[in-house]
Design a protein around this ligand. Sequence first.
Ligand SMILES: *Cc1c(COP(=O)(O)O)cnc(C)c1O
Length: 393
Amino acid sequence: MPDDIKIFEPACRLTKLPPYLFVEVDRMKKEAIARGEDIINLGVGDPDTPTPGIVIDVMKKALEDTENHQYPFGEGKENFRKSIKKFMKERFSLSFDSEKQIHTLIGSKEGIAHLPLAFVNKSDIVLVPEPAYPVYNSASIFAGGRPYFMPLTEDNGFLPDYDSIPASVLDGAKIMFINYPNNPTGASATEEFYEKTVHIAKKHSIIVASDAAYSELYYSEKPPSFLQFKGAMDVGIEFHSLSKTFSMTGWRVGWACGNEHIVEGLASVKNNTDSGVFGAVQDAAAVALDNYAELAEETRRVYGSRVKIMSEALKEASWRLDEPLATFYIWAKPPVDINSGEAVKKIISEAGIVCTPGSGFGPSGEGFVRFAATRNEERIRDAVERLKKIDWQ
Ligand SMILES: *Cc1c(COP(=O)(O)O)cnc(C)c1O
């Protein structure tokens, strides 16, 4: 092999990506641990609570089922899709054809990442909120699309302002991503917002990809599904996840449901990419969903309490925030106006707490810090005591 390293040069689609946020935060965390500090990690949105016992018990038995040792069908096992169908009916009063309108995913992230490949041609616009989960942007870039960012600001209740988007952009858009309850802002959507979303999507022929990863982590009103709104099923696909609701981030299982043509497009990409979710994981996921009423209630109890403790203590310490009514994220501004990155560095170095700079989720996140309430109450209390001691002047 000659010294020519050109063969290892990454493709443009990789060089176009912004640095993956959590990698940077992780580096800062490791440096603090290397300094020998007791670090409280409120950085990544990964539940610290274990997967419920009944789910694990089913998984153990499902391992012995030899049917599960073979390739799973891409769309998912019949029992799992039946459980999904039942959940969507009970929780959102939505009816689906479980053959054509439901497809299992290797976690909702996987489906979100593959959707643009099914519908976006080179230079098509993808409407991407910011600050946001980074995958909407990277998936759009991978598919050759052009992300157009929709700022989520405090003034707009962290909802996109469709009126500020030029008509030419809307006409050139193929997909729009929305995510409520929202990561990182903790905001929820209003009914008017969803109605307007359907209207815009129909008028400009845009697929609406709704990320509902936090639909069950609410502490006030139950968040609706986007698909419940009149006309939404004509333009929408929704991504659901078991990860946060049932503390199953490591299991990699979720589903997409919605308009059959959109689901079919996503399925075509997946059928040429992966071979579905391990059957035993689907059996376990089905049981989680069948028991969602009690299991999700417990999740809300645990995270709701933490979020409340943390929000109240931060307010006492002169942080600026609204207590989130859903998700396990606290989206807050420090007591003085300070750049997000500087704030996080100060918090890590002076308080030993890992959190995420708001600007890492997009420019409109500048000035904010995101705390994930993914440590137990005792640690959350320790964290707020430490935060109170930081001198911001
Ligand atoms: C955690 C998260 C997901 C990913 O969930 P998986 O099902 O584990 O892939 C998707 N969207 C948002 C906004 C998230 O925070």
